[in-house]
Ligand binder design. Structure first.
Ligand code: ZN
Length: 499
């Protein structure tokens, strides 16, 4: 046997083990850890980042990669893919000096804490110096990577392999051309959609019970996953046998927790269905953020916000809340979950205006890395973009620039994957429809059929394929955003009786 295979697997196991521990620290920070834990957690994570770096970025690894390259043709398929993956990972990290790599880990911990405080007190000035340092680090990283082309490309590709400013510009332009006039026509209708979820309290215990039932309907494996609560819902993918999702319950807005649970469960299913043969490995996880988001969004939007979904599962909600839902029906819930309104908060936005929130962030990030904006300029730039796209101005920074956690954690380049995910989801839905009735499966309470297709065509591959390969393999064609824009036009023309 080629000795380099074993060497690569050993390195993979060690790096996966450190990643596992770092993820658990992150889980603890987001769910249970006390406020004052920040300082020492930052130090601990800095040491762990240094450990990760010193194990990975060595002459020995460099030699191993050279040997794997040399013997590439005789390697088993899985090792060849793993080699490619590790080579890219090595290039991403090796260009950064070790002290800067470790210090950035600590900076992210401190900056997240500052962001939280700033958001709570609605005071951007608390966060501003940290945000500037995070931006400075990213700019330095772009120079170190030295990939050429638009500077923002370097960051985009860390979240969505193959994505460039040129591709993203075209994509967003196509969305804008459809969404902006559609939104205008809907606004002109001036329709009021009555909602069973406003002005009524849904007790948290009942919401938890409903969440639990939905997880079962979605086939979430509770022996290999748990659900907890956190301020910002997220999914932690330790490995296929240990998937942790969170949701956030609000007594006066039950729809929010319902869709958070469904969304995160969509991410969770992806991780639980990763092929067992990939083992305890860096490649045994979702391939990119865009594909990951397509899995959460196909459940949250295509399924969860469909009439078929409410026809199938309304009775479960009614069982839990007979008093609150006394005078409503499935159709009311369907309509309420698709009420289109320009709004300030991304995570609460409807499916149509959601992409506009992403476009705003994309344009700001692009400007930051073109050197046109600094941290201090961002609140005003943010407000101007909201005025331009949604006709609204935030009353304060907590409902403006401070609403998202991403920048505090250095996640620049991440946002576009949300909009891409929605678009991929529609292309997957269309592909399923060619094989079986997608909405018929939802109406027949058979989400298992959809889960099976996603597992077969997407989930099981983990990170062994690129987004382009996944899309091509699952749908028989390359990425085509028209599936998304057609879906939006069809859905909202019906809902709002547009002619
Ligand atoms: Zn998500």
């Amino acid at each position: 046997m080629n000795p380099y295979i074993e060497q690569l697997d050993g390195l993979d196991r060690r790096l996966s083990a450190i990643g596992f521990c770092e993820s658990l620290v992150f889980w603890d920070a987001a769910t249970l850890a006390p406020k004052n834990s920040v300082k020492n957690r930052g130090l601990a994570l800095e040491e762990m980042a240094e450990l990760y770096y010193t194990i990975f970025i060595t002459d020995e690894t460099k030699e191993l990669l050279t040997n794997l390259e040399r013997t590439k043709d005789s390697l088993p398929e899985l090792t060849r893919v793993k080699y490619q993956f590790f080579k890219e990972m090595f290039e991403q990290i090796a260009c950064i000096p070790v002290n800067e790599y470790a210090a950035f880990s600590n900076l992210k911990t401190q900056s997240s804490a500052a962001w939280e405080e700033a958001k709570k007190t609605k005071d951007f000035s608390i966060f501003e110096p940290f945000l500037q340092q995070v931006i400075d680090f990213q700019r330095k990283y772009i120079r170190y990577r030295n990939l050429g082309g638009h500077p923002y490309n370097t960051l985009l590709q860390d979240y969505e392999r193959g994505l460039t400013v040129e591709v993203a510009d075209t994509f967003f332009e196509q969305l804008k051309e459809v969404i902006v006039p559609l939104l205008k026509r809907i606004s002109e209708k001036n329709m009021t959609i009555p909602s069973p979820f406003t002005d009524v309290k849904f007790d948290i215990e009942g919401q938890k019970a409903f969440s639990d039932k939905i997880l079962d309907k979605m086939n979430f494996n509770k022996d290999s996953g748990i659900i907890a609560e956190s301020v910002h819902p997220f999914t932690l993918n330790l490995n296929r046998d240990d998937v942790r999702i969170t949701t956030a319950y609000q007594e006066d807005y039950a729809l929010s927790s319902i869709y958070s649970t469904i969304h995160e469960c969509g991410h969770g299913l992806y991780e639980q269905n990763i092929g067992e043969e990939l083992g305890f490995s860096k490649i045994a996880t979702g391939t990119t953020m865009g594909i990951h988001e397509s899995q959460s969004r196909i459940y949250e939007n295509n399924i969860g916000r469909s009439e078929a979904f409410w026809n199938s599962y309304y009775h479960l909600l009614k069982e839990q809340f007979p008093e609150q839902l006394k005078e409503t029906n499935a159709l009311d819930c369907f309509r309420a979950s698709n009420d289109v309104k320009a709004s300030l908060i991304r995570t609460e936005a409807d499916e149509l205006t959601y992409s506009l929130h992403i476009m705003i962030r994309y344009e700001l990030e692009k400007a930051i890395f073109e050197g046109a904006l600094e941290a201090k300029d961002l609140p005003a730039a943010w407000d101007a973009k909201y005025e331009e796209y949604l006709g609204l101005s935030p009353a304060d920074d907590s409902e403006g620039i401070l609403q998202d956690v991403h920048w505090s954690e250095g996640l620049f380049g991440y946002f576009p994957s949300y909009a891409l995910g929605s678009a991929y989801a529609c292309q997957f839905e269309a592909a399923m429809n060619r094989e079986f009735g997608f909405y018929e499966a939802v109406a027949a309470d058979n989400l298992g059929r959809i889960n099976e297709w996603l597992k077969e065509n997407i989930h099981r591959y983990g990170s062994t394929k690129t987004p382009a390969e996944i899309i091509e393999g699952a749908t028989g064609e390359s990425f085509n955003p028209s599936y998304f824009t057609d879906y939006l036009v069809n859905k909202y023309s019906k809902l709002y009786a547009l002619t």
